[in-house]
Ligand binder design. Structure first.
Ligand SMILES: [Zn+2]
Length: 360
């Protein structure tokens, strides 16, 4: 009966170094799978690579560690270091060999080393000898299973270090991402990139053709790219009845390079709320939105209409989307400069009406 040999991850993991590499990886914009498609909670490849290696390879410092792994890992690490340099180690000592393996894992977490031949070959050889010395059939590979693979970091890294990978997810977007990363890119390479560009361009052209009439150009040639709307309620303050647009925040853009916001213009006499756009807005110039925790405060009379009444009003108007208020138009000039914001005009409202009648 073989006793369970601990894996490296159960003994130690160079977390500090791995974290540094994972942090640095966030700024990689070229050749990283994160640039393929947006996915929330993307795992850093650095951490996945390190964890997979440390979970597949046994700890040579453990008395139950197979001798075959110890001797082959020692010769692999020695060959690797003879080629690339590094501290001398006593290769007959299990604890020393553990140190060398953990150091290898920490360095391999570096993005720059992720496609380096020496690291790839050594890690794959270690995975193979670990698998075979732990009872895997010679010629087969260990299987890393990730039932909720998301953006595909874990199966991708499993393949990189010489394991087989099984990936699945409940979300069809994640399934497609994994198919592209794990199957299509290795199979089709550059041809896939060319085809995606070609057909992406085609979709863009066709969409422009079909949608142009709903985004008519302004008189100065700028093209609207988005219309910002707010649902409204009728203020239930005594004798008020003003139309209150429901807005959590008045900010339109809040970046260090660009800050634009809306300002409420309240006509108390006519009980009407309007807007103006403030460019280069400072936090102190920008007021609070009208909505807080679901209740809405009217800037005409100051009354706060409570959550249940807002729900009731919106329910009566089937959600209130059809008579929402157009707040602002986001547009782009022909010269390709940054987008800008402008107040809506009568034409915008007419176009929106036409669009909704097309959708019926
Ligand atoms: Zn009011």
């Amino acid at each position: 009966m073989t006793k369970y040999p601990k894996r490296l991850i159960e003994v130690d993991l160079p977390i500090k170094k791995i974290s540094e590499h994972a942090r640095r990886e966030k700024s990689i914009r070229h050749g990283h799978i994160s640039t393929l498609h947006i996915w929330w909670a993307r795992r850093p490849l650095a951490a996945c690579r390190a964890v997979i290696c440390a979970a597949l390879w046994p700890d040579p410092g453990d008395t139950n560690c197979p001798e075959k792994f110890k001797s082959e890992a020692a010769s692999l690490m020695k060959a690797f270091r003879d080629k690339r340099g590094g501290k001398p180690y006593d290769w007959n000592d299990g604890i020393e060999l553990r140190k060398a393996l953990l150091e290898f894992i920490a360095d391999f977490a570096n993005w720059d080393n992720s496609t380096n031949r020496d690291f790839l070959d050594t890690s794959r050889a270690l995975t193979k000898v670990a698998h075979e010395s732990l009872g895997g059939e010679p010629g087969t590979r260990p299987l890393v299973v990730d039932p909720f693979a998301g953006g595909g970091a874990i199966p991708l890294e499993a393949l990189r270090v010489g394991a087989d990978a099984f990936a699945s997810d409940l979300n069809p977007v994640a399934v497609l991402l994994n198919k592209v990363v794990l199957e299509y890119i290795p199979q089709y390479g550059q041809r896939l990139a060319d085809e995606v560009r070609k057909w992406g361009e085609w979709i863009k052209k066709e969409a422009e053709k079909e949608l142009a009439e709903f985004y008519p150009k302004d008189s100065d040639g700028a093209t609207p790219i988005a219309y910002l709307w707010a649902r409204t309620i009728q203020c239930e303050g005594p004798g008020c009845g003003a139309e209150v647009p429901l807005m959590r925040s008045l900010w339109l853009a809040k970046k260090s390079s660009r800050s634009v916001a809306l300002r409420l213009l309240t006509d108390k006499k006519n009980k009407h709320i309007d807007f103006e756009i403030i460019e280069n807005a400072n936090a102190k110039d920008v007021g609070e939105g009208t909505v807080k925790r679901g209740s809405a405060t009217c800037s005409v009379c100051g009354y706060t209409t409570p959550v249940p009444r807002i729900r009731e009003q919106l329910k009566m108007r089937r959600g209130g989307a059809s008579d929402a208020r157009l707040l602002c138009v986001v547009a782009k000039r022909n010269d390709g400069a940054a987008r800008f914001y402008r107040a809506p005009n009568a034409n915008d409202v007419a176009v929106a009406r036409k669009t909704s009648s097309e959708l019926v």
